[in-house]
Design a protein around this ligand. Structure first.
Ligand code: HEM
Length: 91
C-alpha cells in the first residue's frame, strides 16, 4: 500500500496513526452496523464495489450509524460546531 524500497512513502506512519485515531474516535462515539430492509433483513455491504481510476475508493453504500450514548452524541455535536467556528478557511 505504501510502496517499496528507497521511495517508500515517508508519510506512512502519520497515515497509519491518523487512520487509527480517526477510527477509534468514530467507534468511541457511534455504533456501526448493517442497515435493515423492510422485512428486517440485514442489507449486505458490498466488499468489492469500488470506483474506477487511479484514486479508487469504495462506492457509497447503506449502513447504520447510531450514537453510543446521548452524552457522547452531544460531545460530537459540540466538537463539530466548535470546529466549524474555528475553521478560518470556511466559505
Ligand atoms: C493512507 C495514506 C497514504 C498512502 C496509501 C500513501 C501511499 C504512497 C505511495 C504508494 C507512494 C509511492 C511509493 C513508491 O514510489 O514506492 C507514496 C509516496 C509518497 N508519500 Fe504517501 N501515502 C499516504 C499518506 C502520505 C502522507 C500522510 C504523507 C505526508 C505527510 C505522504 C507523503 C508521501 C511522499 C512525500 C511521497 C514521495 C516519496 C518519494 O518519492 O520519495 N504520504 N505514498
Amino acid at each position: 500500500m505504501f510502496g517499496f524500497g528507497r521511495r517508500i512513502c515517508p508519510g506512512m506512519n502519520i497515515a497509519e496513526r491518523s487512520l487509527f485515531i480517526l477510527t477509534a474516535r468514530i467507534l468511541w462515539g457511534t455504533q456501526m452496523g448493517h442497515q435493515k430492509d423492510a422485512q428486517g433483513n440485514e442489507i449486505p455491504i458490498p466488499s468489492y464495489d469500488y470506483t474506477a481510476g487511479f484514486n479508487t475508493q469504495p462506492k457509497p453504500f447503506n449502513f447504520e450509524l447510531k450514537p453510543r450514548t446521548e452524552k457522547r452524541w452531544e460531545t460530537i455535536k459540540d466538537a463539530y460546531v466548535a470546529s466549524r467556528k474555528a475553521d478560518t478557511l470556511r466559505l
